[in-house]
Design a binder for this molecule. Structure first.
Ligand code: FMN
Length: 210
């Protein structure tokens, strides 16, 4: 135990906004899923989600967590679309597209496409109705497995779990010798607390104990 003074936050007596701020300042760095969906009329939507991880490799499942809107408690468009259509894609966010991805987080009216607003380009996926994002070197096609709802007030998350049915990896980000994705080529970015983002170039090796 480090011996400096500690502050203790009881989450049951602290506003959810402060809990959200502290959690997102300490659960870092978070990868960012650029999630594309379509509504029942086929209108495409795309938005970033940093509450995002791999949950199973065999079978392959990933998950992300859209929150209810802070002020109104309404569902984000991504969640509404996933509930209605059951399919989505996840694209990796790179340094090159970070600003355009950030523009996708603007709260547009339901049915208005962030693709037009941000300048990102939708391209048809193979197995799902949601599009892939042309400017991202990695796209995952996902079928909805389940949604776990944690509440219906502002800030309440829903865990959206999807089965990865197809992975699209641009050859330029792979090592031709063994097929691994080279992070210096991928240049993915992540999310820190507040409005800070991070790069993924400051790495160090640690051999796993045998
Ligand atoms: C980098 C980044 C990460 C974000 N991560 C999340 C997240 O994990 N959960 C969430 O509810 N909102 C997150 N947001 C905010 C949503 O992207 C934003 O509310 C967006 O407008 C939702 O779009 P939609 O209504 O089209 O689904 C994030 C925003 C940015 C810029």
């Amino acid at each position: 135990m480090r011996d400096s003074k500690r502050d203790t936050i009881d989450t049951s007596t602290t506003s959810w906004v402060d809990v959200y701020r502290r959690l997102t300042e300490v659960v870092i760095p978070r990868p960012i899923a650029l999630v594309a969906t379509v509504d029942p009329d086929g209108i495409a939507n795309v938005a970033p989600f940093s509450f995002f991880t791999v949950v199973s490799s065999n079978p392959p499942f990933i998950a992300f967590a859209p929150h209810r809107m802070g002020r109104t408690g309404t569902k984000k468009d991504t969640l509404r679309n996933v509930e209605a259509v059951g399919e989505f894609t996840v694209s990796v966010v790179t340094e090159e597209i970070a600003e355009r991805v950030n523009a996708c987080a603007a709260p547009l009216p339901y049915g208005d496409s962030e693709f037009e607003h941000s300048g990102l380009t939708p391209v048809a996926a193979e197995r799902v109705k949601a599009p892939l994002v042309a400017e991202s070197p990695v796209g995952l096609e996902c079928m909805l497995e389940e949604i776990r709802v944690y509440g219906d007030e502002g800030g309440a998350g829903s865990l959206v779990v999807g089965r990865v049915v197809l992975m699209h990896l641009e050859a330029a980000v792979r090592d031709p010798a063994d097929g691994r994705v080279v992070h210096e080529q991928l240049r993915a970015v992540g999310r820190m607390g507040g409005s800070l983002w991070c790069r993924t170039l400051d790495t160090f090796p640690l051999k796993r104990p045998s």
